[in-house]
Design a protein around this ligand. Structure first.
Ligand SMILES: Nc1ncnc2c1ncn2[C@@H]1O[C@H](COP(=O)(O)OP(=O)(O)OP(=O)(O)O)[C@@H](O)[C@H]1O
Ligand SMILES: [Mg+2]
Length: 511
């Protein structure tokens, strides 16, 4: 199958330049019909850009797109859709106030006007959902869905438009391990039915698990295209970063310091008004990382929100360095030197239209060093931006670049730089490394350990059990809004934690 006819997609010498960056520097990519093809590369390697070119969101400066042997002009996502190409973006683009069903038909002719046949539409969507294991309630408003469910809606939306080629941009970074398994099953069913899937990731494990072939990008160029069965993780890692990768995290024994956070019998409701925290109690000490494990939706994100002032508790008390902070506002909590690395970065972590420089001082513009009376001290602000960009290796042409133009991983770096540069006393970190490539992940973990050394107390919420096991001093497992137990990380094993995550209370645990 070496002629173009054998490929669903052929990209030839694609070049895409942005001011100050060559995001795609002469990329060749051939994707077989009916395969799962992974695009692997570090943050900023050009993966999303390449797929936006294919999807008609960007016009390439040079190069050709060949579909089924024919050169095509991809002038818009609508054109891509006419060629049966669909894309699930790194950051979802659903309309939160509309229902699942409305989102799926949005923009289609049948979705407008008074003649829409709801019953038929509903049946069609349900049939697709059943076929591919994508169950979700069609009447629910999208804002009420967990991220994993929103992703199903995005996939359903593409399938409803009868795509042959489905591009997925880092689909697993927002999913729990169980949801990842479900997604992989769905993807396999889709390729069995003849779809072609391009799957962007920086997780080597996923490449090995799901793909037929893999193309590695580095700094805008293709380094290699390989058959997955003929490669392995160390090879891929080396190709991706251009050097040997060694992971070494040094963690010194914990030095007990004073109690920084005390949470007593905390209760809260979720967005739907249902109990989501049901009597959570724990202590957190300076110099300690307390990992919170659990399947997503068991109260973790709400716990982070209550502790950072973004959600009111309905019962219980919270003390921060012996001061009661129960139901204080987010600003009051920030002013007590609490850092928050939120799960939903675009919605809660940055202001997309503002520059990197401005995003870096979002929370501290009232501090004396940055403002004199109401005027911002420009020099300080600029130096702060320069320092953050080098310390956290934020890749962008300049600190004036709007945050929305950054690659996914670089947005995360901006948030980390802002939140961690002021030596916080308490850090509430939710999935701090998702979306980050292996180099950046290691760097963030080191930053968190350095903060621990310095004496910060960290609540680390993550669905990555391996991450929790490597970083934490103690591990707390949440299930259905309750604490199933708190384990010493030293003696905890994955199996025990897994059982607790599914609702088995730790033996002898009196809570
Ligand atoms: N619209 C844009 N304007 C300016 N620069 C951009 C734009 N989109 C991407 N870039 C830059 O192009 C480069 C490649 O970005 P891209 O988003 O394709 O990376 P990526 O491989 O998807 O990375 P990640 O894993 O972090 O998502 C980055 O340096 C990014 O800052
Ligand atoms: Mg990307």
């Amino acid at each position: 199958m070496d002629n173009s006819e054998g490929y669903a997609i052929e990209l030839r010498r694609i070049v895409k330049r942005f001011p100050g960056v060559v995001a795609n520097d002469g990329i060749d990519l051939k994707v077989h019909r009916g395969e799962i093809h992974c695009l692997l590369g570090e943050n900023g390697a050009g993966k999303t850009t390449l797929m936006r070119v294919l999807y008609g969101l960007y016009r390439p400066d040079e190069g050709e797109i060949i579909l089924n042997g024919q050169p095509v002009q991809m002038t818009s996502p609508r054109a891509a859709l006419n060629h049966h190409i669909g894309m699930v973006h790194q950051h979802f683009r659903l309309v939160p106030t509309l229902s699942v069903e409305e989102n799926i038909v949005l923009g289609l002719d049948e979705g407008t006007g008074p003649f829409m046949n709801f019953r038929k539409t509903r049946e069609k969507i349900s049939a697709i959902a059943d076929d591919y294991g994508l169950s979700v309630d069609l009447q629910t408003k999208v804002w009420q869905l967990a991220v994993g469910q929103q992703q199903r809606v995005e996939i359903l939306k593409a399938l409803y438009r009868k795509v042959d080629i489905l591009i997925m941009d880092e689909p697993t970074s927002v999913l729990t391990p169980q949801e990842v398994d479900q997604l992989f099953t769905t993807l396999r069913t889709l390729v069995d039915d003849g779809l072609t899937i391009i799957f962007i990731t920086h997780k080597l494990e996923e490449v090995m698990q799901v793909s037929n072939r893999v193309t590695v990008l580095r700094k805008g160029k293709v380094v290699a295209t390989l058959l997955t069965a003929e490669t392995d993780k160390p090879t891929l890692a080396r190709l991706m970063v251009g050097r040997e990768v060694v992971f070494r995290l040094k963690k010194s024994p914990m030095e007990q310091r004073e109690k920084l956070l005390e949470v007593n019998d905390l209760h809260a409701l979720n967005d739907r008004g249902l109990p989501v925290l049901r009597g959570v109690s724990f202590d957190l000490f300076g110099g300690e990382i307390l990992g919170v494990a659990g399947v997503s939706g068991n109260g973790q994100s709400e716990l982070a929100e209550v502790l950072t002032g973004l959600r009111k508790s309905t019962k219980g008390r919270v003390f921060l360095a012996k001061k009661e902070v129960t139901n204080c506002s987010a600003r009051e909590i920030t002013d007590l030197n609490v850092a928050h690395i939120p799960a939903e970065r675009i919605r809660m972590g940055i202001v997309p239209a503002l520059s990197i420089r401005e995003n870096l001082i979002l929370k501290k513009y009232r501090r004396p060093s940055f403002s004199r009376r109401e005027f911002l001290n420009n020099k300080e602000v600029e130096e702060n931006a320069q320092r953050a960009m080098s310390d956290y290796q934020i890749a962008a042409p300049s600190y004036e670049t709007p945050a929305k133009l950054l690659s996914g991983g670089n947005i995360q770096r901006v948030i980390l730089a802002r939140e961690l540069s002021e030596n916080p006393s308490l850090i509430v970190a939710v999935h701090p490394t998702y979306g980050l490539d292996i180099g950046a992940t290691e760097q963030v973990r080191q930053v968190l350990l350095a903060q621990r050394e310095r004496g910060a107390a960290t609540l680390l919420i993550s669905e990555d059990l391996e991450e929790i096991m490597t970083l934490s001093d103690r591990i707390m497992v949440l299930f259905n809004g309750e604490v199933m137990g708190i384990l010493d990380a030293e003696s905890a094993d994955i199996e025990k934690i897994g059982l607790m995550m599914s609702g088995t209370r730790r033996k002898g645990e009196e809570l």
